[in-house]
Design a protein around this ligand. Sequence first.
Ligand SMILES: [Zn+2]
Length: 438
Amino acid sequence: MKKFVYFITLLISKLQKLIGGGTSFPGKVALRLKPDLLSQFKLPATRIFVSGTNGKTSISNYLAAIFDQAGYSVCHNTAGANLKQGIVTTFINHANSKLEIKSDALVIEIDEITMIPVFSELDPSNLLLTNLFTDQIDRMGDKWQLARKLSRELPAGLNLYLNGDDPVLVWLAEQIKPQKVVYFGLDPATISQETNPQIEKCPYCDSELAYNVRYYESLGRFSCSCGFAAPKLDYVATEIDLFGQTFLLEDQLYQMPYAQLYLVYNMLAAAVFAKETGIADQLISNVLAKQESAVGRFEFLEFNEHEAWLNLVKNPAGINQALDYLKRELKIAEQNKQKTNLMLAFNNLPADGLDFSWLDQANFELLQSGSLAAIYLCGTLQKQVLELLVKKGISAEKILLVDDISESIAKMKTSNLPSYFLTNFTMLKSIRENILKA
Ligand SMILES: [Zn+2]
């Protein structure tokens, strides 16, 4: 039966590659035929599962590239196939008929909730968690509901690689009896603080957490009178220079492809696990310096005389980081007396999460700038976004509700102004295609 399922799935997978289909369907068929298939695989000793709200796709791509450059053959679920069926498809494509994965290293991006069923069937050994923010409330609940669920369901005995600036992850590690915890985080000396953060409650005593410094969302150096506090970090990114786009990790300089604080966390996380595996600092740094952003993640595309900036956002942490970036860009434009255009494209289809309350927490007031010529709104949430913008002091006169995306993007192109695009999941593809064809 095992061999039959293997060959059938491999065949479907090969056929799909020929016709260019998705990466989840073969695994779906395999699981239908043999629901406990995951427990049958033999995994390589060098393995890492990467999860968390933001950054898991980038970090697992970075790690796959680092291992590849270090001479390992790598089994990795590219294309973000991070649910159970996608992981099964990836395994089958790298396994022999005895279901032994024939790669030197396994790097698997995994959806937060999906960790529960998958880890009940296989031993992940190493788990890297980026952060837990509130995201996709209909599926996961808020971040503390998700953390409590994970604290009950994740296996004991893991080697954890965690963002030690995130109180949710620190609390989680204290609940699940890991074998080892490695904390990484930022050196507060060189970073500016978030302006008006939300109150964060202590998971033990419900008092308000105190922060010495707070970077964004719940991340920072926190403490509570009950004793819960940010841990001592095993790896610290120091000398963080966002303008020069560099930081240091244990005397090794890292060059960032673009200037965002979350990128320091992503690069740091990948570097930490690679270092722990024994890969040389210089190689890690070289590979990371060459990484392009994934599709729609802080992407710059050919557009008019200026490149278009395209960024996917899906939760408060993501959109507020993007708005911070826009605020800086608008300020530079103001100084240069340059006008700019912005398009906000948000849907609330099932794949986006029907609950769009995360947009209420967006700091749209950061868009108050004379250099912004027009804000184009499209997607099923355009009226809601219009209301939020006006509430945050953006002049309704410069806001345009868009029906025909293709026509509006063509107009933005011929305006020849620097153009920025923020979209969520189901809008990304059509916006990107229109930017490229416009
Ligand atoms: Zn407390």
